[in-house]
Ligand binder design. Structure first.
Ligand code: ATP
Ligand code: MG
Ligand code: FE
Length: 336
């Protein structure tokens, strides 16, 4: 089963051809990062317009690189939520047009299901059930993947997502957008114990997360340094903040692993491309004899190959979308 997958939920215009969910024949990503950097974050209106400009070219490249003909394509998979409504609509409209014109079945895909499914691409042996920590720009979910397309959310963030915290702290210390990769880079030069930032825990939600207090602690620290005339060492703050986030993510995940006696654990989403986080998770999993999985960095951040992987399992389960498929900006995991 060959799937042409399309992703346009945020600031990457992407298309991929994926065979049987795990064999990536092409994975084309046109990133708008340089454009949005000018404004310090994603500007939705600009994102939508850029998607319109790029989408046909990206799809053509994906088809060419895969040496695929329209007759080879069994289904079109497209992200229909969650994400920016105007951005999502570009991919959805394009997918519906191709589906109608070429008479190819259409499968609407959940973006976070895509992030989780990125793990199937390079780990051919990975099958549910497993535990997955989704850490992206808009989500922080600890999820039991019960089966393909079946999820139980154990915990989620009460406020900011992990990636959002990286982006906000990066802005505060003058690193700019996107924050995650920039913080990771300078953190290598810093001391993670320079500042003891809080490791927030939620009292009434065993596996829930909270990152806005940590972000405030960083801002307060910056202000108090300024008032007292203490020099701000960017690398130390980046390293200490990153360590606090990682400690919370690792702590929560290991707690669930022990409680539910999990033997397979995966991470997903843009923050999962952070090498320091991966290293920490890997070590803790090794101690507990848990198999650890993670996608390559390019499959962690937004891409269409992961959408093709998720679309395949939806397709196999008989899921088809009609030409009335619409963008759903706040689509919940496990909902259709
Ligand atoms: P969502 O998937 O929740 O809808 P999104 O698609 O915008 O949000 P992703 O593309 O999955 O998010 O990930 C982008 C986020 O990942 C950004 O917040 C970015 O700062 C963060 N990120 C990317 N690389 C790294 C890194 N090396 N370390 C930490 N965070 C990172
Ligand atoms: Mg992005
Ligand atoms: Fe994403």
């Amino acid at each position: 089963i060959a799937i042409l997958a399309i992703e346009s939920s945020c600031d990457e215009t992407a298309a991929a051809v994926v065979v049987n969910g795990r064999d990536v024949r092409s994975n084309i990503i046109s990133s708008q990062i340089a454009l949005h950097t000018l404004y310090g974050g994603v500007v939705p209106e600009i994102a939508s317009r850029k998607h319109i400009e790029k989408i046909n070219q990206v799809i053509t490249e994906a088809m060419q690189e895969a040496q695929a003909d329209w007759a080879d394509i069994d289904a079109i998979g497209v992200t229909y939520g969650p994400g920016l409504v105007g951005a999502l609509l570009v991919g959805v409209a394009e997918a519906k047009a191709i589906s109608y014109a070429r008479n190819i079945p259409l499968v609407g895909v959940h973006h976070i299901e895509g992030h989780i499914s990125a793990n199937y691409i390079e780990n051919k042996e990975l099958e549910p059930p497993f535990l997955c920590l989704v850490v992206s720009g808009g989500h922080t979910h600890l999820v039991k993947v019960l089966d393909y397309g079946k999820y139980e959310i154990l915990g989620r963030t009460r406020d900011d997502a992990a990636g959002e915290a990286f982006d906000k702290v990066a802005r505060a210390i003058g690193l700019g957008y996107p924050g995650g990769p920039k913080i990771e880079k300078v953190a290598h030069e810093g001391n993670p114990h320079a500042v003891e930032f809080p490791r927030p825990k939620i009292a009434d939600g065993e596996y829930d997360f909270s990152f806005s207090g940590l972000k405030s602690a960083v801002l307060n620290h910056l202000n108090s340094c300024k008032m007292k005339g203490i020099e701000i060492v960017q690398a130390d703050i980046a390293a200490s903040f990153q360590k606090a986030v990682i400690d919370v993510l690792v702590g929560n995940a290991m707690h669930a692993i022990e409680k539910y006696q999990i033997d397979k654990f995966a991470i997903a989403g843009g923050v999962a491309s952070n090498g320091t986080l991966r290293g920490a998770m890997e070590e803790e999993c090794r101690k507990r004899n848990v198999a650890f999985y993670h996608p390559s960095p390019i499959l962690c951040t937004d891409n269409a190959a992961m959408i093709g992987a998720a679309a395949y399992y939806d397709y196999r389960a008989g899921i088809r979308s009609g030409l009335d498929l619409n963008a759903v900006p706040n689509l919940k995991l496990g909902e259709r």
